[in-house]
Write a protein that binds this ligand. Structure first.
Ligand code: F0G
Length: 351
């Protein structure tokens, strides 16, 4: 097996790389595209899951972060900063640590999942938890970066979306063409914007014959694009997409309209049931926000959009282990027994 290449090297012709760009990697990209065994049967489609939780910090953010950090290093930056619902901060902290930059992260207090906080801590980021929302954190980050020599690595940094578009390239490379539909969770709306850019660029380069309909899903209590207004106090169990004023709002709307897709909402109950379904029927443990893509697929299929015979990809944006609290919150506790064969056999109905 060869040494890992990473996104910069694999897709260099499509990325803003110069002779001075350091070709760094932590092993991001090249994530699995796994065929569904169960869920697709109900809808008669050819369904695939893109497992972005298999990136080095467990989410798709690494694809964009590697480009943003390489460009920050190239430009002589010493420090990076981001606001985050958890995954961006985990990724920034990892790439900052790996490539010699100080990392500052600003997160909503109590608003980020335990695993993500653990990552920022272990990678050595300086973490500020504000008594406020992600949207407020991002606004503070914008101001701080104007006043101080720190590079913002939120998706308002254009290099982030450049890196994230490589996931669309991988899907086309794997399937031989674009799928008919792409289902994706929407929070700050950078990822849907980046995927659409990737599909359009690959199509333009003659690497794909078609482009997919982009099907974006926000959580019901955090659905500013669907409702057409900023949500001051966004709410949802899916903390990653608890965002009321997405930075890439316009990009998401353009992706929707140019692709003939839609942006809709799913309830927390729909998200949680898709989260469990994905784990129990497919063996895939995504974080709750990731399950919004599957919840969206189920919603539109049940509403009557026929997916029969179509190629469909759901993006599983982050790993389930990021958020152990949600995983075990409503779970039955394990059965506690003495270390005795017969008692265990009885409890497992093996007797
Ligand atoms: N899924 C996961 C697991 C995420 O972490 C995010 C965003 C999204 C989906 C939505 O993607 O923002 O590009 O529309 N997380 C950001 C963060 C906001 O700070 O980690 P988006």
């Amino acid at each position: 097996m060869a040494v890992t290449k990473g996104v910069l090297e694999r897709y260099r012709e499509f990325l803003p790389i110069t002779a001075k760009t350091p070709m760094i990697t932590l092993g991001e990209g090249d994530t699995p595209l796994v065929r569904s065994r169960q869920i697709e049967k109900e809808f008669g489609c050819e369904l695939y899951f893109k497992l972005e939780g298999c990136n080095p910090t467990g989410s798709f953010k690494d694809r964009g972060m590697v480009v943003a950090v390489a460009k920050a290093v190239e430009g002589g930056s010493r420090a990076i900063i981001c606001a985050s619902t958890g995954n961006t901060s985990a990724s920034a902290a990892a790439y900052g640590a790996g490539f010699g930059l100080s990392t500052f992260v600003i997160v909503p207090q109590g608003g980020i999942a335990l695993g993500k906080m653990a990552q920022a801590v272990v990678y050595g980021a300086r973490i500020i938890a504000i008594d406020g929302s992600f949207d407020q954190a991002l606004s503070l980050v914008r101001t701080l970066s104007q006043k101080h020599p720190v590079t913002v690595v939120n998706s308002i940094n254009p290099y982030r979306l450049e890196g994230q578009k490589t996931a669309a390239f991988e899907i086309v490379d794997a399937l031989g063409d674009a799928p008919d539909y792409l289902f994706i969770p929407v929070g700050n709306a950078g990822n849907i914007t980046a995927y659409w850019r990737g599909f359009v660029e690959y199509h333009g380069a003659g690497k794909a014959k078609s482009t997919p309909r982009m099907m974006g899903f926000q959580a019901e209590g955090s659905a500013p694009i669907v409702q057409g207004k900023v949500i001051e106090e966004p709410k949802t169990i899916a903390s990653a997409i608890r965002i009321g004023n997405p930075a890439s709002w316009e990009g998401a709307v353009a992706a929707r309209d140019e692709s003939g897709g839609l942006i809709d909402l799913v309830t927390d109950d729909e998200i949680l049931s898709a989260y469990r379904l994905l784990a129990r029927e497919e063996g895939i443990f995504g974080e709750p926000a990731s399950a919004a893509s599957v919840a969206g697929l189920i919603k539109v299929a049940r509403q009557g959009i026929s997916l029969k015979g179509k190629k469909v990809v759901c993006i599983i944006t982050g790993a389930g282990l990021k958020d152990p609290d949600t995983a075990i919150k409503d779970a039955e506790p394990p059965i506690e027994l003495a270390a005795e064969l017969s008692a265990i056999e009885q409890a497992l109905d093996l007797s």
